[in-house]
Design a protein around this ligand. Structure first.
Ligand SMILES: NC(=O)c1ccc[n+]([C@@H]2O[C@H](COP(=O)([O-])OP(=O)(O)OC[C@H]3O[C@@H](n4cnc5c(N)ncnc54)[C@H](O)[C@@H]3O)[C@@H](O)[C@H]2O)c1
Ligand SMILES: [Fe+2]
Length: 365
């Protein structure tokens, strides 16, 4: 007998090629009359053009690094307050959307961003509505209440309702300019979200369905989007896969691969998607069961082993790092310890100990 469940998804989603040209209407729909736009550096010219066309946009902040720092959140929140903005849009990859989400959550109070990062202060009840506009096809941050920020080397995932966007504007055309390597990294992040949401200990029937579709879409379109960034159909399907990937893990949360991605990013500087992909095929083999077998077959594969092989092939095609020998100054004991200690590891369906993690990493030697 299936378990009872509670599922809710509060984000209004606008999807389609050219949707960005409806941003003015979407801001009005969200009740925004003075919207502050946080954007990726690469998109600064596009953001300035939008500001010239849409009177509701009152300012722009684009000083955002990959693995965004809490200092960027602080700066954006100060600007939002000083301009009297009533809403925040985040246009960029996960780094930009997560900065915008955090800034929108704290802009109504004068407390410093670090107090929230450290968990010393609860997020205020009053916050600004946030509109998420992804320009990579990967994180799914447009539909999650997650924000990943760093203070120096310390990278922290905060999961709080304060971060839930009010609306998501998903325009696949915004992803056409994403370079090959980022296309592959982010696409594998989307695949990891779908697979981990699906095999998570907290998986649920509705996210399960979205996960299965996201897996099918990634397997059918990621290589195409990587080969030709202007392949409209492949880019559209990858934007959809990333969105569904976000919805797949938003409630059940991710598991072993994401747990391992933190030490791999913090200590060995792998971009987020590459860090998740590093252990993804290994976890497919570890977590293989009848449910996963069915998912792989529904995606057109012969089973879980072919799923793992296909992931390895995508990593090879994309030139991603795949072996421990690719990591500089490897401290193997510490890597295993840190992966085991990450809270998301508890969400993996197969219990992982320091010993079993050692064994897993040895298959990647
Ligand atoms: N909040 C969530 O639910 C969630 C989920 C997964 C990952 N994350 C976090 O998101 C971050 C990673 O986000 P990401 O993978 O989207 O990468 P990113 O935002 O760091 O961007 C990667 C690179 O791509 C460039 N870029 C972005 N859009 C572009 C475009 N349209 N054309 C050309 N270049 C473009 C950026 O300038 C940057 O150099 C990490 O910090 C990760 O931990 C968050
Ligand atoms: Fe991720």
């Amino acid at each position: 007998m299936a378990n009872d469940f509670l599922y809710s998804q509060p984000v209004k989603i606008w999807f389609g090629e050219g949707k960005i040209r409806e941003l003015g209407e979407i801001l009005k729909d969200t009740g925004a009359s003075r919207c502050f736009l946080v954007c990726d550096r690469f998109l600064r010219p596009a953001a300035e053009k939008l500001m010239g066309e849409i009177p509701e946009i009152c300012g722009i902040f684009s000083d955002i690094e990959e693995n965004p720092q809490i200092s960027g959140v602080r700066e954006a929140a100060l600007l939002i307050r000083s301009l009297g903005a009533d809403s925040v849009a985040g246009m960029g990859g996960g780094s930009t959307m997560d900065t915008a989400k955090f800034a929108a959550a704290i802009a109504c109070e004068s407390e410093d961003a670090l107090a929230y990062f450290r968990g010393v202060r609860k997020f205020p009840a009053k916050r600004l509505p946030m509109i998420a506009i992804p320009t990579t096809a990967g994180t799914g941050s447009e539909v999650t209440q997650v924000s990943v920020t760093s203070c120096g080397k310390e990278k922290k995932t905060i999961n709080d309702p304060a971060f839930m966007p009010r609306a998501a504007l998903v325009d696949p055309e915004l992803t056409y300019s994403v370079p090959k390597r980022t296309t592959m990294n982010t696409g594998l992040d989307a695949l990891a979200h779908a697979l981990e949401g699906y095999w998570s200990r907290n998986h649920q029937p509705i996210p399960d369905l979205m996960a299965a579709e996201a897996v099918r879409l990634v397997l059918g379109n990621l290589e195409r989007a990587w080969r030709d960034g202007n392949d409209r159909e492949a880019r559209r399907n990858m934007s959809m896969a990333a969105l569904l990937g976000g919805l797949s893990f938003a409630v059940p949360k991710t598991a072993g691969c994401h747990a391992c991605s933190y030490p791999l990013s913090e200590d060995y500087h792998l971009p987020h998607g590459e860090a998740c992909a590093f252990t993804l095929s290994a976890f497919v083999r570890i977590n293989a069961d009848d449910r996963l077998e069915k998912l792989a077959r529904d995606a057109g594969l012969s089973g879980t082993e072919e799923l793992a092989e296909r992931i390895d092939e995508l990593k090879r095609i994309g030139g991603l790092r795949t072996r421990l020998s690719d990591l500089e100054d490897l401290d193997f004991d510490r890597l295993c310890r840190d992966c085991e200690a990450h809270p998301l590891m508890k969400n993996n369906p197969v219990e992982m100990t320091a010993g079993s993690l050692r064994k897993m990493f040895e298959t990647l030697a």
